[in-house]
Design a binder for this molecule. Structure first.
Ligand code: CU
Length: 175
């Protein structure tokens, strides 16, 4: 009875881990939403998929976040914003495929580099091959993972939990 409840909980946690996306703190880990970080570099090192979220962390006395269209992004013009964020700890869900554009609306900051564009991709599933062994004996198996799993720490742990759930489920079949 108790063991089955535990197994059920493990499975639910694993599934939640798969459904929930990753949270990307803009500029992390070397920076944040500031005048020093290179966001082109940051975005190129991060894979954004549907269900993820961006987190902008900054001092409200110094910066803000304005979501704009491409023209506003290119021209550093925040006069026709899609949304303005002002809390200093803004969570932006990435709910659809496509490119999103964010700039700092404080005069001079966007031109100085406080602008980031994020390309949101579908949560494609792919298969990876995993081998382990010593000497001439190698065992390989194929594993299906979400494409974001190689980048996001959250998804890494979700995959670990899923793996655990599969092991636990297999054990249950033998009991
Ligand atoms: Cu700013």
């Amino acid at each position: 009875m108790g063991a089955k409840v535990l197994i059920l909980i493990t499975l639910v946690v694993a599934m939640l881990g798969m459904v929930l996306g990753a949270s990307h703190t803009v500029g992390a880990s070397a920076g944040s939403w500031d005048l020093q970080t290179n966001y082109t570099t940051w975005a190129s090192r991060t894979r954004f998929t549907i269900g993820d979220e961006l987190q902008f962390e900054y001092s409200t006395t110094v910066h803000n976040v304005v979501e704009v269209r491409k023209a506003g992004y290119d021209a550093c013009n925040s006069s026709s914003p899609i949304v303005m964020f002002l809390t200093g700890n803004d969570i932006v869900p990435l709910a659809a495929i496509g490119t999103r554009y964010f700039i700092c609306g404080v005069p001079g900051h966007c031109i100085a580099g406080m602008k980031v564009q994020v390309n949101v991709k579908s949560k494609a599933v792919r298969t990876i091959q995993r081998c382990r062994g010593t000497g001439k004996r190698f065992r390989c198996r194929y594993e299906t993972v979400l494409s974001s799993a190689t980048v996001a720490g959250i998804d890494q742990s979700a995959r670990a939990r899923l793996g655990l759930a599969i092991v636990v489920t297999s054990l249950m079949l033998f009991i």
